[in-house]
Design a protein around this ligand. Structure first.
Ligand code: GAR
Length: 227
């Protein structure tokens, strides 16, 4: 590994701010893995929806939690300007979208270019947008999964960094598939954070580099064999 990420100081944990909108099981996976030695510092958790499970999980883990309800703003631009102000108080290395269900505009995305990542429950470029599990079942796909990608202003369209796959079972419903996909996401997303923290993966200028080389295709994390 020759390239050092300019976004990281030497030997410091990766400082992240987590943005979410719901239950926060991904956040929980970060908290759990951090306790096992994942070199991250969760500086703050921010939700655009009030009273969600993710905020409660943050508070329980004694992480600073904020709600910033997008409905209280006249438009996207003013919401995002306030969100940027709040996030930048923490000077994160990476802003981590973990179930943040709000489209982000160009202003926001440009501000965090190269340090904004998202997880999307589909094998991108398939099934951008909503209802990914049902759409994969309806299409008769034999496998499904989740993707971590750099965020650009195109919805779920930035360069894909890593994916994890699972089979779609004949008896799967959108709910069971979502539940099993989430279990895989809880392995994948903390692992990607580890690669960034350990500087195996750098994201500068919107191009993911793995050990200094451009990623030609997403890294596929092999699941443990369980369905
Ligand atoms: C996750 O499955 C994540 O992939 C998805 O929301 C869920 C959040 O779960 N994100 C998206 O659909 C973004 N397009 P959680 O609230 O339990 O962490």
């Amino acid at each position: 590994m020759t390239n050092r990420s300019p976004i990281l100081a030497a030997n410091m944990p990766l400082k992240i701010v987590v943005l979410l909108s719901g239950e926060g099981t991904l956040l929980q996976s970060f908290i759990n893995r951090q306790k096992e030695g994942l070199p991250i510092e969760i500086a703050a958790v921010i939700s655009n929806r009030p009273n969600v499970g993710g905020l409660a999980r943050a508070e329980k883990a004694e992480i600073t939690a904020h709600e910033i309800d997008h409905k209280l703003f006249p438009d996207r631009a003013t919401f995002e300007a306030d969100l940027i102000k709040l996030i930048d108080q923490y000077s994160p290395d990476v802003v981590v979208l973990a179930g943040f269900m709000r489209i982000l505009g160009e202003l926001f995305v440009d501000h965090y270019q190269g340090r904004l990542i998202n997880i999307h429950p589909a094998l991108l470029p398939k099934y951008k947008g909503l209802d990914t599990h049902q759409r994969a079942i309806d299409a008769g796909d034999s496998e499904h999964g989740s993707s971590v990608h750099l965020v650009t202003s195109e919805l779920d369209g930035g360069p894909v960094i890593a994916q994890i796959k699972l089979p779609i079972l004949p008896e799967d419903t959108a709910d069971t598939l979502s539940e099993r996909t989430k279990k895989r996401e809880h392995l994948l997303y903390p692992e990607v954070l580890r690669w960034i923290a350990e500087k195996k993966l750098t994201l500068s200028q919107g191009i993911p580099l793995c050990n200094g080389e451009p990623l030609n295709s997403p890294v596929v994390l092999e699941p443990d064999g369980e369905k």
